[in-house]
Design a protein around this ligand. Structure first.
Ligand code: ATP
Ligand code: MG
Length: 426
């Protein structure tokens, strides 16, 4: 029979990589907690209407990328393609936005895209949202938080920040008219994708990757010239905060983001280390979304980072943590020795719960067990044989520094193990 395989674009994460994931997740979670964010754990499946009403009907995500299906009762439900919509839904439903708050979430997201490096169909994000502040200090704090995170992860030299303001919805509507007017006259120079977007979502043409389109846009009306006064002031203040905090950025006037709910600030952290999938983290302000989803009008601003891409960044920058070997490897030869060893090791775990102890299961010859001990990377092997059992002792054998082994009474093992590990750890 053919072995069953995972769904294309949905990958297993194996133990050798999980330690990297855990490291990254821990760094992000710890820093979020330091800034006062509370974690929200959200369902993976939501009603499809939540995403079409927030992300927008005519966006790539909702038009082509969602995993939507009928529940058994006929309701249309979807695997979440991103986290903000669910976060806002949960905040409204649980009245979390009654007072300003900082929330974060993490987990798998699902989009039907062409799988490639840095692009999966099941991928993972950590996201954060600040609700209740219309002021640009909130946008600034989010961005400054991220700058600190990149420093902690050691990838700050390899990422750069792009920001833009897309203004109010009225400003965007005015700009849209002007842009469409300009592009309509040059329709035949646009590729199929941009021609289609001219009808549906013309602002997305601004971030077309097509060089001819980009050239055409050089003389097009500029979004910045259509910004409303409030958005202008907001953007200037944001830049002031970033300058004050020493966070470098470039203003990318064509940065618009692919989700409908944004207004005013949008930003992306990009890297040239990831090929075409260069955006590691993206976000912006969404002051209308809470009300649009049925809550009391509440401003919001947030970001989401792509964990797969960040791990690729850590790898490219040589910042992945070293795998951690066990501290102790336990070798026991003979039935009695195995019984004695297992009991003694449990005693040691009681006394020193943080020790990483791997016991060789299944017995085997002393030689073959010692080979495994050597390969384990542990600093010390604990050896039990007939002699040790008879004497109530254990042999402690350094595995890495070539030093002599010693015998220790089992009763004093817990008391001595820290010193022994310190002596023989290199
Ligand atoms: P892209 O332009 O790369 O498609 P996006 O604008 O669709 O990104 P967002 O919806 O803003 O991305 O998601 C935030 C982050 O999540 C991205 O910057 C990226 O790091 C990550 N991400 C998005 N889609 C995928 C995917 N299919 N596979 C892996 N990571 C992804
Ligand atoms: Mg995308």
């Amino acid at each position: 029979m053919d072995a069953l395989r995972s769904i294309r674009g949905m990958n297993d994460i194996l133990p050798a990589d999980t330690s990297h994931w855990q490291y990254l997740e821990r760094q992000v979670a710890e820093l979020l907690e330091c800034y006062g964010y509370g974690e929200l754990r959200l369902p993976i499946v939501e009603s499809s209407a939540l995403f079409s009403r927030s992300i927008g009907e005519v966006t790539d995500i909702v038009e082509k990328e969602m995993y939507s299906f009928e529940d058994r009762n006929g309701d249309s439900i979807s695997l979440r393609p991103e986290g903000t919509a669910g976060c806002v839904r949960a905040a409204i439903q649980n009245n979390l936005t009654a007072t300003p708050c900082r929330l974060w979430y993490s987990g798998p997201m699902f989009r039907y895209e062409r799988p490639q490096k840095g692009r999966q169909r099941q991928f993972h994000q950590i996201g954060a949202e600040i609700f209740g502040y219309a002021t640009p200090d909130a946008d600034a704090e989010l961005i400054i938080f991220l700058a600190r995170l990149w420093r902690i992860l050691g990838i700050d030299d390899a990422v750069s920040l792009e920001i833009n303001s897309i203004g109010s919805s009225e400003a965007r509507a005015n700009y849209r008219t002007a842009l469409v007017g300009y592009l309509e006259q040059r329709r035949e120079s646009l590729d199929d994708d941009s021609q289609r977007r001219l009808e549906t979502n013309p602002l997305r043409i601004l971030d077309s990757k097509n060089p001819d389109t980009q050239a055409l846009l050089n003389k097009a009306p500029a979004l910045a010239d259509y910004l409303d006064e409030e958005s202008r002031t907001h953007f200037a203040a944001l830049k002031g905060f970033l300058d004050g905090a020493g966070v470098d950025y470039t203003v990318n006037p064509r940065l618009v983001r692919g989700l409908d709910y944004y207004n005013k600030t949008v930003f992306e952290w990009v890297s040239d280390k990831l090929g075409a999938q260069g955006t590691v983290c993206a976000g912006g302000r969404y002051d209308g979304l809470v009300e649009q989803l049925g809550g009391k009008a509440t401003p919001g601003v947030g970001f989401a980072m792509g964990m797969e891409r960040l791990l690729l960044m850590l790898e490219a920058c040589g910042q992945l943590p070293e795998p951690r070997a066990p501290d102790l490897f336990v070798v026991a030869t003979g039935d009695e020795a195995q019984t004695a060893a297992m009991a003694a090791v449990e005693g040691l775990r009681d006394a020193r719960p943080a020790l990483r102890i791997v016991q060789q299961l299944g017995g085997g010859s002393f030689r073959s067990q010692m080979k495994k001990a050597d390969r384990s990377g542990a600093a010390l092997a604990l050896l039990w044989g007939e002699d040790e059992v008879a004497a109530g002792e254990v042999t402690v054998k350094p595995l890495r520094d070539g030093q002599e082994q010693t015998r220790v009474p089992v009763a004093s093992l817990a008391g001595k193990i820290d010193t022994l590990l310190q002596q023989h750890s290199n």
